[in-house]
Design a protein around this ligand. Structure first.
Ligand SMILES: [Zn+2]
Length: 475
């Protein structure tokens, strides 16, 4: 059935598309090219991805749907042959502090398995090596590797007295909510600039407790130093903090390496396990290329499948030029290009098939030697039973495509068509040229060219065709 072999688009009007008709073959590596503004994004993202995303989200209950990305339904008369779409764009992964290169590529999951099965001493199941699982996380930093600490030196303005606003924190100034608990208790001189206080006095003010007791002056029984009070109200709270409180936290705290785990994120038992002479923390700080060499030395039949899966991922990362990353690297710190390549690697091991991967300019910013590897990854996705639709300008990628669709040029009413090899293709602009059945070899604007770029690989047989100027007379 033809409908299942193609994504069929009829009379698409999305954005600047003008009655675009198009059949895009599935299970192929298809590259969509066109000058800026030609409508390739309107076709690929705003029509195909948007409709697939919309229809898929409709299958979820409203509660879930509200948490899914929102898709604007495209302006298209008929669209068929869609499969679920996965967009791999250059948007940065972002995420939260718990997301690292290791977690997002699943490489850390495989390493956890290796630690649990072959690490010494035996610590427990693989979740005992997960910093996102209570069984494995460092209790002090909750597995974040960092703690938020009071930046105490910012709390006081030493040139001012308490009465003049010497405690800079909100609510502690003269007339503020907490002011009287410090200035009016008789323990401290509210009129003398803090710089002229003794160190012991300032410590008593800030920390209370023993520091206050040492002062030898009477302090109220419930006296609480400024620092413990601040930390209790702002840091050790489970309340949802208002934007204002969060701003206060940003101004008066700093994050620092967790003093307990020293940034390793794991609890003591997990931190002491050793695999190939390295602890999990040391392993996570190795560059991927170095880690790969190390993993190659594992020679143990009962973990062979895990080693194979891990090796595949690491090799893919090295191949597309990410060998310099470490698994500990937070995904929030990755650039757009790095994010996109990581996302691609992440999908390599997916067991899902019949997906449509939509990839936006995957070679932007890539070293020419890495472009080839990127194309191989895309081909791998394709040969695993998926369709891959790439918006790309790179001739090297076009040369490897099964099919190139050119949309263009950037006027308001672009039309496009794709030519499968050996098939005559109808130029699609029904409302513009209703009287002209425009078949490719008769249409002067259809260009069947040799593929651009490097010499064609014998395993690929792409045709490039462009019908761009085939437009309405008034255009
Ligand atoms: Zn910690």
């Amino acid at each position: 059935m033809a409908a299942t072999r193609h994504i069929t688009v009829r009379r698409a009007h999305t954005n600047n598309l003008a009655d675009l008709d198009l059949d895009i073959p599935r299970h192929r590596l298809v590259v969509v090219v066109g000058v800026s503004g030609s409508g390739k994004s309107s076709l690929v993202f705003d029509t195909i991805a948007a409709e697939a995303g919309h229809q898929l989200s409709e299958t979820f209950p409203p509660f879930t749907r509200n948490r899914l990305p929102k898709w604007t339904r495209p302006d298209v008369e008929h669209i068929a042959g869609l499969t679920p779409v996965i967009v791999i764009d250059q948007r940065r992964i972002g995420g939260n502090a718990r997301s690292t290169v290791g977690t997002i590529t699943d490489t850390w999951t495989y390493l956890r398995l290796l630690y649990s099965r072959t690490g010494t001493p035996y610590v427990g199941e693989s979740n005992c090596f997960s910093f996102n699982d209570p069984a494995g996380m460092c209790a002090t930093c909750s597995g974040l590797g960092e703690v938020v600490a009071s930046a105490v030196e910012r709390f006081l303005d030493l040139d001012k007295s308490l009465a003049d606003g010497g405690i800079v924190l909100p609510g502690f100034g003269h007339g503020g909510y907490w002011y009287s608990l410090y200035a009016d208790i008789g323990t401290f001189d509210a009129r003398t600039p803090l710089r002229q206080w003794s160190e012991a006095e300032r410590d008593a003010l800030l920390y209370g407790g023993e520091s206050a007791a040492k002062l030898g002056r009477k302090t109220p029984k419930e006296y609480e130093g400024v620092v413990p009070r601040f930390e209790r109200i702002y840091l050790h709270t489970s309340d949802n903090l208002s934007e204002r409180k969060q701003d206060t936290i940003r101004r008066f705290t700093r994050s620092q390496t967790c003093p307990e785990c020293d940034g390793d994120r794991l609890n003591k038992a997990a931190r002491t396990a050793v695999l190939l002479g390295r602890t999990p923390g040391e392993m996570s700080r190795l560059e991927v290329a170095e880690l790969l060499d190390l993993v190659h030395t594992i020679d143990s039949a009962h973990v062979a499948p895990v080693v194979t899966a891990l090796t595949e991922r690491l090799e893919a990362m090295v191949k597309i030029g990410l060998g310099y990353l470490t698994l500990a690297r937070p995904t929030t710190s990755l650039s757009g290009g790095e994010s996109q390549r990581i996302k691609t690697v992440r999908h390599l091991g997916s067991s899902l098939t019949e997906m449509t991967y939509v990839v936006d300019e995957p070679t932007v910013g890539l070293h020419p030697s890495d472009v080839e590897s990127m194309v191989e990854l895309l081909e791998h996705l394709c040969s695993s039973g998926n369709s891959v639709l790439v918006v790309e300008h790179d001739p090297a990628v076009m040369a490897r495509a099964d099919e190139v669709i050119e949309i263009g040029p950037g006027a308001a009413r672009p039309v496009a068509d794709s030519c499968s090899k050996g098939h005559s293709t109808t130029c699609a602009a029904p409302t513009l040229r209703p009287d002209v059945p425009c078949v490719d070899e008769h249409c002067p604007s259809v260009h069947h060219g040799p593929r651009p770029g490097p010499s064609p690989s014998p395993t690929h047989d792409a045709t490039i065709c462009s019908i761009s100027p085939c437009r309405s007379p008034e255009a």
